[in-house]
Design a protein around this ligand. Structure first.
Ligand SMILES: Cc1cc2nc3c(=O)[nH]c(=O)nc-3n(C[C@H](O)[C@H](O)[C@H](O)COP(=O)(O)OP(=O)(O)OC[C@H]3O[C@@H](n4cnc5c(N)ncnc54)[C@H](O)[C@@H]3O)c2cc1C
Ligand code: SF4
Length: 533
């Protein structure tokens, strides 16, 4: 059977670990690790755990068929449009959730999922956690089946183009797939090491796919002396943590002043740095890796750093962020580029002029959408929870009349498990000028930090205090004053807000060039210039 825990909801109470100790395990206090594909003999235990979970965070295989309803609602002016052809490009978390939502909401027409990976959709978060530390095999990370989905699957089939006017997706094998409505859910890929020859050395890895995880896991078990992790974002830090679990020596090289600084700012990042060092990581901040060197047989041996030092390592994992999978949309007329695919809060894609397309929708890591709570700023998120909720909103809107459409207003929620600590965040921590520890103790590595921007709460981060997240979510949604003025359980004495030390924004659109031509309003048009330096 298959299990996935929605760790954005999980509050780390651990009842599941009591009900099914062979399947669920708490690493230290709150970080939940679990089998995604437990043996059928453990089914009874898992069902008990599902029932015990107070926040209903678990999803398991569902029986029955998620098929077409017998009769379509009448489509017409003002009525939901539940027939026709819907195509989803990107058959992973967002694509699968959207497909299931379409059927659950009564979509009756044809449904096709196009994916370039040849396997069924799987869950990525365990790849840098349970898979690397050997608890779960990469092949056992498939997402639960939510009923037998009545859909056509074109797997192992990359989409290579989009004909917007002709309403067709072009496939690498030369086929064309026609649609009435399209969902773009092509996600991101790992940014490769910038020097291709160095990146091709045996021992240099990235981590995005199941195959990446399987190869890296295999290599980590091959008697490696030292692993070098390049970049200390969430993925890099989790890899370092898994390596320490395996007893391997790890060096982490980070350009910024601390790990996680790009996501959480310098104050909380430096606490994450202390935790890494306490766990034996050789953490080097404020340095970049300038070169990777191999031996005569093309195997990685050493890395040179910008401070003049060198690190001997047989494995280097490049975790330098992600690139959005948008190349197949080049020339389509959509606002798609290095920043993702621009869309409105109802998930409808923008064309290159910034006008919404009624029939093209976007969801998941590839989407760039405005969030009212953050000054309508456009966000791109690589968060599991966002992929799920945005896919559900997009699917709903695809089959709803304009008046029945929903805005995608969920606050971003993220979790990470590293060095036995469950780190969670709600809101946008980088949309802040100050941060304050509101509850718990930094020394105990169990605390809540609230972030504020110009006198209102904009985000919160918890270290092993997940149960408070909902409370802070409420404060953010109410634009509650910052610093929070009322007494809270476990409030430490004498702490004051301090500058959050958010790094200067790296602007995702710095290499996008748009040329505007024409003089009269009826002839003014934007054109994307690609490959511009
Ligand atoms: C190692 C790792 C650990 C993570 N840990 C966490 C975590 O702890 N917490 C958290 O909140 N999030 C985590 N995430 C992020 C989370 O997994 C993503 O946010 C989520 O997978 C996004 O889903 P998606 O469907 O939008 O994109 P993806 O999962 O990237 O899926 C996109 C799919 O589209 C396919 N595709 C791309 N181009 C084409 C094309 N031209 N034609 C057809 N198919 C195409 C891709 O191959 C892929 O299968 C982690 C991610 C990784 C990689
Ligand atoms: S909240 Fe649910 S999934 Fe999370 S630890 Fe508790 S019982 Fe397990």
């Amino acid at each position: 059977m298959r299990v996935v825990v929605d760790l954005t909801r999980c509050q780390g109470y651990g009842q599941c670990a009591f009900a099914a100790p062979d399947v669920f395990r708490m690493a230290r206090t709150e970080a939940l690790m679990y089998e995604l594909n437990p043996d059928d003999r453990e089914r009874e235990q898992v069902l008990r755990a599902v029932a015990a979970c107070p926040v209903q965070a678990m999803v398991i295989d569902e029986m029955g068929t998620l098929g077409r309803p017998e009769k379509a609602d009448a489509a017409g002016p003002g009525m939901p449009d539940r027939v026709g052809r819907i195509v989803i490009v990107g058959a992973s978390l967002a694509g699968l959730r959207a497909a299931a939502t379409l059927r659950k909401e009564g979509y009756q027409g044809s449904l096709t999922l196009i994916g370039d990976e040849s396997c069924e959709p799987y869950d990525r978060p365990p790849l840098s956690k349970q898979v690397l530390n050997g608890q779960v095999l990469a092949a056992q990370t498939m997402l639960p089946r939510r009923g037998e989905l009545d859909a056509g699957w074109l797997l192992g089939t990359p989409a290579t183009g989009l004909d917007l006017a002709g309403k067709q997706v072009l496939l690498a094998d030369g086929r064309h797939v026609g649609f009435d409505r399209l969902l773009i859910a092509t996600g991101v890929r790992a940014r490769p090491w910038p020097n291709a020859a160095e990146g091709a050395l045996d021992g240099v890895f990235v981590l995005r796919s199941r195959e990446d995880a399987s190869l890296l896991r295999q290599r980590l078990g091959d008697g490696v002396n030292r692993v070098l992790v390049i970049g200390a974002g969430f993925t890099g830090s989790e890899i370092a943590s898994a390596c320490r679990d395996l007893g391997l020596a790890v060096t982490v090289a980070e350009r910024g002043p601390a790990p996680l600084v790009g996501a959480l700012g310098g104050v909380i990042g430096s606490i994450a740095g202390e935790i890494q060092r306490e766990h034996g990581v050789d953490l080097r901040c404020g340095v970049t890796v300038t070169a990777l060197e191999g031996d005569g047989d093309g195997r990685l041996r050493r890395a040179q750093l910008s401070d003049g030092s060198a690190v001997d390592a047989e494995v280097a994992v490049v975790t330098l962020g992600a690139e959005r999978n948008v190349e197949w949309l080049e020339g389509s007329g959509l606002a798609a580029g290095v920043w993702g695919v621009g869309c409105d809060a109802g998930c409808r894609a923008f064309d290159v002029n910034g006008i919404v397309c009624d029939d093209i929708f976007v969801a998941g890591d590839v989407a760039r959408f405005p969030h009212p709570v953050y000054g309508y700023q456009f966000l791109t998120l690589e968060h599991w929870g966002n992929a799920v909720t945005q896919a559900q909103v997009a699917a709903h809107n695809m089959i709803s009349a304009p008046t029945g459409r929903w805005p995608h207003l969920s606050l971003p929620v993220f979790w990470s498990a590293q060095f036995g600590v469950n780190i969670k965040s709600v809101g946008v921590p980088t949309f802040a000028d100050e941060v304050v520890i509101t509850q718990g103790s930094v020394a105990d590595r169990r605390f809540v930090a609230a972030y504020g921007y110009r006198g209102r709460v904009t985000a919160a981060v918890t270290f092993d205090q997940a149960m408070w997240l909902e409370f802070y979510q409420d404060l953010i949604e109410k634009a509650a004053p910052f610093p929070p003025a009322f007494d809270m359980v476990g409030r430490p004495n004498g702490v004051r807000p301090v500058p959050a030390r958010i790094p200067e924004r790296v602007n995702a659109i710095h290499d996008a060039t748009v040329v505007v031509t024409g003089h009269n309003p009826d002839e003014r048009r934007a054109t994307l210039v690609t490959g511009h330096e």
